[in-house]
Design a protein around this ligand. Sequence first.
Ligand SMILES: [Zn+2]
Length: 172
Amino acid sequence: MVDTIDRIDNKTRPVILDTSAILSGKYDLTSNGIFVPSSVLDEIRKGKIGRLVSLSTDTIKVIEPDPKYLEKVRKAAVSTGDIDRMSNTDIDAVALALQLSGILVTDDYSMQNTAVALGVEVSPASMKKIGKIIKWTYKCTGCGRIYTKKISSCPICGHELRNYPAGIRKRT
Ligand SMILES: [Zn+2]
């Protein structure tokens, strides 16, 4: 469900970035089809984040979300229980993604959760979070025991071991 940034085809889909996505530096801000609400740019300009970021604001399109969509996002955030963890800026970004039928890029869990509840596609801003780095372990094909080192066969039951990624979480 969650797509990776490098697979986003922003030639056809608007991409909405939140503050974390801009600051991640992982996104090419000069590419077309990037949208932000003005509150996101304000956050960065006011230096709330404590980092200096130079923005090519001639390629980023600044759009204010329609109140209709803000209301939808607030309602969804109330029903998911995320509302208390979301700033007005967060709500703006989700609403803009909803309005533009775009892809919301954020690392904020509450924003992701609310967006998904509204059927908005989300993508994490940081590569770390999307499991690009897989730590492998080895699982016995016979008894299912997990080993952290590669050995030729299971010392318990003698079956082969297969690569098995550690820390797999089931997506619901
Ligand atoms: Zn075994």
